[in-house]
Design a protein around this ligand. Structure first.
Ligand code: ZN
Ligand code: ZN
Ligand code: ZN
Length: 142
């Protein structure tokens, strides 16, 4: 997929009521370039000229996550990874526990699963979001 220009990211931010600051635009461009979930240190390494410190990265990513432009992913790396939501759609991951290879899968059981869970829970009346990652061994490592 071609990388979106700053204009496209700027309008995405504005659609969500956010100012298109250079920092937010940079974060979106870095995440788009990564094409996979990445950690803050990985994002910092890809940033030209540095500039942003860890706290700034963190705050920026929190804002973009709250605006549903970015999604947090737990790949069992001991840190949070961040991934761009392409066209507003989320996906899930298969992770190789040996080499770390990541594969995306777009099928999401959310609707069916949510109904089942809400039927069974006594403590919740609604559910907003979910994470779904699978861990196994890839073809190369098998
Ligand atoms: Zn990671
Ligand atoms: Zn592997
Ligand atoms: Zn899902």
């Amino acid at each position: 997929m071609a990388e979106k220009g700053n204009t496209a990211y700027a309008s995405l931010l504005r659609e969500r009521g956010l100012k298109a600051t250079p920092q937010r635009l940079q974060l979106l461009a870095l995440l788009s370039r990564a094409k996979r979930p990445v950690s803050i240190p990985e994002l910092q390494a890809g940033a030209e000229g540095g500039g942003m410190d860890t706290a700034t990265f963190y705050r920026g990513l929190e804002t973009l996550t709250a605006a549903t432009l970015v999604r947090k992913v737990d790949l069992r790396h001991g840190h949070t990874d961040y991934e761009l939501m392409e066209n507003g759609k989320h996906h899930h991951h298969l992770v190789c526990t040996i080499c770390g290879h990541i594969e995306k899968f777009t099928w999401c059981p959310d609707n069916k699963l949510r109904k089942q869970i809400l039927k069974q829970t006594k403590g919740f009346t609604g559910l907003d979001d979910h994470s779904l990652e699978f861990f196994g061994v890839c073809k190369k490592c098998a």
